[in-house]
Design a protein around this ligand. Structure first.
Ligand SMILES: [Zn+2]
Length: 457
């Protein structure tokens, strides 16, 4: 047996034990072990508990840190790190119309730099699994999804990438400019190609592909329907934006004579393999419909506040049994890819809406971990329990912001943890001492600045 402070977590049957930790499992019993340990083998959790420690070939002391499941981000647009702080006082539609022409310049080189930046930010905020909703595919550009997959593989996080789409251009009554919309057949063929090349299944999948047409105001009903058919034939998850703003509701009423949720329902979209971003403007009946069909929600509180869109009724959703996870949303409407900040934000907006009883610190934490895993249709991440991926976020408790906190878990949420101390993905250490293990943060930022300068005007 060897003891160290730097877990090497080897594969091939070696058992490693993380000790001296306050373990927050997020398991079915919501167990916490203040004097806890986690036993890991081959990238998965063998056992977690407190008190008497099991035998292991390697022991790693975490010095009293809080250990939680790695956070799961359920909605992002990584490419938007290139275009932050634009359209500063715009509504969603004004913001989109201003940014579309700039986004039309995206290519694989810029996408790669953007993804490395967004993924690094997310990992340093405790996130181990990222969903990225990419839907901007200018004609003639290739390799965009491949670029973000490469970035995730290099940095060491899990990625669910989407082959998104838009086919309803301005000349047909849609919001995006015609240069950014695609032909339906091309979208579906490329989605199937990417799924065939990149989508992994089973416990521990590192890279997955989701089918994600952009929104009711940028995609035709036919592409929505055919996307759902393709996803179900290939066994992929389905995602779109929904009910984000009052303008979207008015648009759907005018064009389709119904609410955005009713429209999606009419297309056969509400089901257990679907999750939708935002869902700010849902009636009680629509929340009931989400619960009855098993449709999930990516709650993005900071982005919703930044664009003045409103606050999603998350308390009513979770009470009704709707699957809810958290998302940072794109970096042009949040500006930061800090998922732990969304845990704090979710708690604050819930309390702003429903009073101090509306959400506990642990309920907020659950949204960011277990809730996110459920939304992505994953039963191998989001909790620390036997058979789950060893995706772990280690939060130091001896820094400035937790001094005097009698409950370190609530302290983390109320304070909003600044930076994770360690991050394990599949048992491998990818952040150590608050720094990326496989890349240099300064190098990522420098390369990003070069690419972002191409989008400055
Ligand atoms: Zn979004």
């Amino acid at each position: 047996m060897r003891t160290s402070t730097l877990a090497t977590i080897r594969y091939g049957g070696m058992k490693s034990l993380l000790t001296s930790a306050h373990v927050v499992t997020m398991d079915d019993a919501e167990a916490e072990h203040p004097d806890g340990w986690i036993l890991i083998e081959d990238g998965f959790v063998l056992e977690a508990g407190g008190g008497v420690e099991p035998e292991a070939e390697e022991r790693v002391s975490l010095g009293g840190a809080v250990v939680t499941p790695g956070l799961v981000n359920t909605h992002h647009h990584l490419y938007q790190t290139l275009t932050r702080a634009r359209a500063q006082q715009a509504t969603l539609f004004e913001w989109l119309v201003e940014l579309y022409p700039t986004w039309a310049r995206i290519d694989d080189e810029a996408e790669y730099a953007a993804a490395r930046t967004g993924l690094a930010e997310l990992m340093l905020s405790g996130c181990t699994t990222v969903f990225d909703h990419h839907y901007v595919f200018p004609r003639g550009r290739s390799g965009l999804v491949e670029a973000e997959v490469r970035a995730a593989q290099e940095l060491g996080c899990r990625l669910v990438a989407s082959r998104g789409s838009m086919d309803l251009g301005a000349s047909d009554g849609g919001l995006p400019p015609d240069e950014l919309v695609e032909e339906i057949d091309a979208v579906l063929a490329d989605t199937e190609r990417l799924a065939g090349q990149l989508h992994e299944t089973g416990p521990g999948a590192r890279i997955q592909i989701a089918v994600a047409p952009c929104s009711p105001f940028s995609v035709t009903g036919r592409l929505m329907t055919e996307s759902a058919e393709l996803a179900r034939r290939l066994g992929l998850q389905l995602h779109t934006h929904l009910a984000e703003t009052v303008e979207e509701e008015a648009y759907c009423q005018e064009l389709y004579g119904c609410t955005p949720v009713e429209y999606l329902d009419s297309l056969g979209w509400l089901d257990g393999d679907v999750w939708c971003a935002h869902c700010v403007h849902l009636s009680d009946a629509e929340i009931g419909r989400f619960a009855a069909t098993g449709t999930g929600v990516a709650h993005c509180p900071t982005s919703n506040l930044r664009l003045g869109a409103g606050v999603a009724p998350v308390q009513a959703m979770t009470k009704a049994g709707v699957r809810v996870g958290l998302g940072v949303d794109g970096s042009a409407s949040n500006e930061r890819s800090h998922l732990f900040n969304e845990v704090k934000q979710a708690l604050l907006v819930a309390r702003g809406r429903g009073g101090p009883q509306a959400m506990t610190a642990r309920q907020a934490f659950r949204l960011g971990t277990r809730g996110g895993a459920e939304v992505l249709g994953r039963d191998d991440i989001g909790a620390i329990a036997p058979g789950m991926c060893a995706d772990l976020a280690v939060w130091a408790t001896d820094g400035l912001e937790l001094g005097g906190a009698v409950d370190p878990v609530a302290g983390l949420v109320f304070a909003g943890a600044h930076r994770v101390d360690r991050l394990y993905v599949g048992g491998e250490l990818v952040v150590h001492g608050g720094a990326l293990v496989r890349a240099d943060e300064g190098d990522i930022a420098r390369a990003h600045r070069v690419q972002a300068s191409r989008f400055a005007q």
